[in-house]
Write a protein that binds this ligand. Structure first.
Ligand code: ASP
Length: 377
């Protein structure tokens, strides 16, 4: 009897190979890896749903935007970013090592970033359309959902500390404008004049945003002044998330907003549930990006809800919000999101985001370039 070619074996083998290849990916995405080996290697675009690192106690970000490129970034600039993030992590590490709580750790980390003119928060904040500076910040404690925020402040040196004072010394959650500035000063926070925030770089960005854009078809100038900073290189908003030895979570965010914003515009950074959220058992999250969209998408609260009500892990919840949902509303950016077990997610739909983290063992890792930050952009 002639041997009939077993053609059926080809599709069966194909299916078996495909299933075998998919299994590890499913188990990784579904439950998260169970090993706890400290920092994981930099992830690639395909791994963006996976945690950025494990065994993390504190993480900071320094904004999202157009990516810094390894090939074109001046080494001094790279060092400045890495040192800036590391200095903030060291400040938080001192707090946590001394037995301090997560709220104090995120405040300490954000204060260092606010004092560093590289970042768009405190000194180095971007300009409003009328060449002023109006700063926003918030802080949240995961153990009891206490929160404090300031919006549009013009003379507080460290807005994150003003936000903490609002949380701890008032019955309110957010103070805005002059009332917030006066409150901070009355409570002994250092005040500054507007020129304290001034930097040449931010001034140049304002001028660029206001310059008439060229119409490429006619070579003519068109009505300009549309710049919002969204297309800029890393925009520099800062934030921090932490978990302390009691497993209490906290988050904080601080910003000058977006270049050439309208006077009086308030972004997501001081809005609880948009730019900042912390709830024990779910997540501590701090966002950066197109603030209007992060507000409309209730970004950080939605990450928490997906974990609490949707049974999601921190990495898939953060990814779904930042990469899955917000771009559909027309905005890009990123988030750092930490759960009480020390799993850190850092998804971003913008091309780049700079961030760093501190592990339980005291190691500091910084990530700047797309090949380090699991960019999907
Ligand atoms: N989210 C900030 C805002 O809209 C800006 C940023 O993160 O770059 O004010």
């Amino acid at each position: 009897m002639p041997v009939r070619p077993r053609l059926w074996i080809v599709p069966v083998l194909t299916v078996l190979v495909a299933v075998a290849a998919a299994l590890p990916a499913f188990s990784r995405a579904g439950s998260g890896e169970t090993h706890r080996t400290g920092a994981v290697a930099p992830t690639k675009a395909a791994d963006a749903r996976r945690p950025a690192a494990r065994d993390v106690v504190l993480a900071v970000h320094g904004g999202a935007g157009t990516a810094l490129r390894r090939e074109t970034t001046d080494p001094r600039k790279e060092k400045a970013y890495r040192d800036g993030l590391a200095d903030a992590l060291k400040a938080g590490r001192r707090v946590l090592r001394d037995g301090g709580d997560s709220v104090t750790a995120v405040e300490a980390a954000v204060r260092v970033l606010e004092d560093n003119e590289l970042f768009n928060a405190g000194r180095g904040a971007v300009f409003t359309e009328d060449a002023g500076h109006e700063l926003d910040a918030s802080i949240m404690r995961g153990s009891d959902l206490a929160a404090g925020a300031v919006a549009g402040v013009r003379s507080v040196r460290n807005p994150v500390s003003a936000a903490r004072l609002v949380m701890e010394k008032t019955k309110h959650v957010m103070l805005a404008g002059e009332g917030a500035d006066d409150f901070a000063a009355r409570n002994g926070l250092p005040t500054v004049t507007q020129d304290y925030y001034w930097t040449q770089r931010r001034w140049d960005e304002l001028m660029k945003a206001k310059a008439p854009a060229k119409d490429p078809r006619a070579g003519k100038a068109t009505k300009g002044g549309k710049g919002t900073g969204a297309a800029e290189e890393i925009t520099g908003t800062v934030g921090a998330v932490a978990v302390d030895r009691d497993r209490d979570l906290a988050a904080a965010t601080s910003t000058g907003g977006m270049t050439n914003k309208m006077a009086g515009r308030v972004g997501d950074s001081p809005v609880v549930g948009a730019g900042t959220y912390a709830k024990n058992g779910t997540v501590a999250a701090s966002a950066t990006g197109h603030g209007e969209v992060f507000i409309r998408g209730a970004a950080t609260a939605t990450i928490s809800h997906l974990i609490e009500f949707g049974g999601r892990d921190v990495a898939s919840a953060a990814y779904e919000v930042v990469v899955g949902r917000l771009p559909r509303l027309g905005g890009r950016g990123g988030v750092i999101a930490l759960d009480h077990e020390g799993t850190l997610a850092a998804p971003h739909s913008s091309e780049g985001m700079v961030y760093g983290y501190l592990t339980e063992d005291g190691d500091i890792v910084t990530r700047l370039f797309p090949d380090e930050t699991s960019s999907d952009g």
